[in-house]
Design a protein around this ligand. Structure first.
Ligand code: PLZ
Length: 446
């Protein structure tokens, strides 16, 4: 047994900048990288990480950053959580791989049981595990097609679903995800969703528009599924108007169209509930999960109604690494930490503290057009004063200022004008307040 058991960080949870950002060691490392890694693999902030704990990233130059990225919404319960580290260590010493479809093991089954129990709906469910969010989305579409015998895939504007051929087709933005790398996949149809800040539509009105598009562009007779992110991630943390998602699902149910919730970014305790669907009273037919479920280990999956999932032929789903035992051990520990440390409530605490702070900034700085999100998935949309025109320059200016001052922040939004906050749900009030003061100074400097 490993001796690591506490989940309280021992690293000083403090911002500390001791060099220019990136520091000299990171700059040298970045030069090495450029010799061997293509520019297509981006780098939001090229500081090279030496260690991380709780909400702090420490780079090889000794700078401490407050982490509002969590590896794009992955280390939701904090970096190097003690229980996750112990579970991984134990599993590595037992066995690291057999391939679940060759000789199975309990960890996969346990993760499936936990996902069945914690996702919305009391109906019979099945779970299949894969390695990445994109792979989960690919599988959800395959399963919906097999079940319905139809081909069409309905997606929304501002959507993001991944980087494989099918999922890059499903993304709203062509550049940079698909530019020059087509042909994209056939059978994908896009409709406008619900974006209250811009469209001013009620949930019912927005749903009527979405459905109208799908009826005209493809028709229910050819549509296998509609896939939505309950709160859009890369698209800018767009929270749909009340009633939108359930109205779209109702139409799906009437028309034998599988309703899929992509909870890759919004799921697993991120928004103050286990899954964001719960905020909207949504019980999806299929759900994709990834990111936070592995606590930093690669793990993803499709959770869905048994009668839909069971339609695929034996052997029709799988993959060498899907549901790797080390990732499963980490995931079981994540579920345990969420429950034993009441982390759903912690995400609600973050929403209150950070949300209030962001609304204070909105009162002070009129370029903050909108403050939105749930739990530890919050964002501000920056506009040109007095308009709703995107202000991406302000977002990139703030991100650069924040980085120089020890805050890691990411942008989002189809126009790159959304500043998103994806902290660990365990981030302390003190760190949140400190980050808000840095942002305030950043806004003042713009
Ligand atoms: N679905 C809703 O947010 C991943 C990827 C960013 P993978 N989002 C961050 C980038 O630049 O690659 C994501 C998501 C939603 C699917 C995915 C894809 O998950 O694990 O990255 O494949």
């Amino acid at each position: 047994m490993s001796t690591i058991s506490a989940s309280t960080p021992t690293t000083l949870q403090e911002r500390k900048v001791v060099t220019a950002i990136p520091g000299p060691k990171s700059q040298a490392m970045h030069e090495r990288r450029k010799q061997v890694v293509p520019p297509g693999v981006g780098a939001a902030l090229p500081v090279y990480i030496d260690s991380a704990e709780g909400s702090i990233l420490i780079d090889i130059d000794g700078n401490h950053f407050i982490d509002f990225a969590t590896g794009i919404g992955v280390t939701t319960i904090g970096h190097t959580n003690g229980a996750v580290a112990a579970a991984v260590t134990d599993q590595v010493h037992s066995f690291t791989h057999t391939c679940f479809t060759v000789t199975p093991y309990e960890g996969y089954v346990r993760v499936a049981e936990l996902l069945v129990a914690r996702t919305p709906g009391k109906h019979a469910k099945r779970v299949m595990l894969v390695n990445s969010g994109a792979e989960a989305v690919e599988n959800a579409v395959k399963i919906a097609r097999k079940h319905t015998g139809k081909f069409g895939v309905g997606v929304l504007d501002h959507a993001y679903h991944g980087r494989t051929n099918l999922t890059m087709t499903m993304n709203f933005k062509n550049a940079p995800y698909a530019t020059g790398m087509g042909p994209t996949a056939p059978g994908v149809f896009r409709a406008p969703g619900s974006y209250p800040f811009h469209d001013g539509l009620s949930g019912a009105e927005a749903a009527e528009r979405t459905i109208w598009y799908f009826e005209k562009m493809v028709g229910a007779q050819d549509l296998a599924c509609i896939i939505v992110e309950p709160i859009q991630g890369e698209g800018g943390f767009v929270v749909p108007a009340d009633g939108y998602l359930t109205a779209v699902q109702e139409w799906c149910t009437k028309n034998n169209v599988v309703f899929i919730a992509d909870e890759v970014q919004s799921g697993m305790a991120r928004t103050g509930t286990y899954f964001a669907s719960e905020h909207f009273g949504l019980v999806p037919d299929l759900m994709t999960v990834a990111k936070g479920i592995g606590g930093g280990m690669p793990l993803a999956g499709v959770v869905g109604r048994a009668e839909i999932m069971d339609d695929v032929l034996a052997g029709g789903l799988g993959g060498t690494f899907g549901g790797n035992p080390v990732s499963c051990a980490a995931s079981i520990a994540v579920f345990d930490e969420v429950e034993s440390h009441k982390l759903l409530a912690e995400a609600q605490r973050v929403e209150t503290r950070l949300g209030n702070g962001l609304r204070e900034l909105q009162k002070k700085y009129p370029i903050v057009g909108d403050v939105r999100g749930k739990g530890a998935m919050l964002a501000i949309e920056l506009v040109e004063t007095g308009t709703k025109k995107p202000n991406p320059a302000a977002v990139s200016g703030l991100i650069a200022y924040a980085a120089q001052n020890g805050l890691l922040l990411l942008s989002a939004g189809s126009s790159y004008n959304v500043l998103r906050f994806l902290p660990a749900v365990t981030m302390s009030d003190a760190l949140i307040d400190d980050a808000l003061s840095v942002l305030d100074a950043g806004f003042a400097q713009l």
